[in-house]
Ligand binder design. Structure first.
Ligand code: SF4
Length: 125
């Protein structure tokens, strides 16, 4: 098995709110018995877009041996998913993706979304 980045879920911290399920475009996370779980490791690409929405800090990225990420497995699991989703918001000004494009970024160990207006402040300070 390759060594690669993959999401780690701290069950002690997870409150089962489900906010991390939607940002995962690959469908890797489900709520099982009130806790978030990576249902199949080959579905998690380790991008970490779920980290920024977790209110409890239960999600981190670790590097370890895991089955390789599989586009085929993702296509299989996401083919019947509905299109409902929770609108993501800019961490800085709160503008939602319904008002304009937002972009994923990493800042001080967190995965966050930032809008086009606030992005230059991050780049230039
Ligand atoms: S967002 Fe965090 S607290 Fe909520 S279900 Fe996911 S891991 Fe648990």
């Amino acid at each position: 098995m390759p060594v690669r980045k993959i999401v780690k879920i701290d069950e002690e911290k997870c409150n089962g709110c489900g906010l991390c399920v939607i940002p995962c475009a690959e469908g890797a996370i489900e709520i099982v018995d009130g806790k978030a779980k990576v249902i199949r490791e080959e579905l998690c690409d380790g991008a970490g877009f779920c980290l920024g929405v977790c209110p409890t800090g239960a999600l981190t990225i670790e590097e370890r041996e895991a089955p390789a990420f599989s586009e085929e497995a993702v296509a299989e699991i996401t083919k019947d998913q509905t299109t409902s989703y929770i609108i993501q918001k800019c961490f800085s000004c709160g503008a939602g993706e319904d008002r304009g494009a937002i972009f994923p970024c990493r800042l001080k160990g967190e995965s966050l979304w930032v809008c086009a207006k606030c992005l230059p402040k991050l780049i230039h300070g």
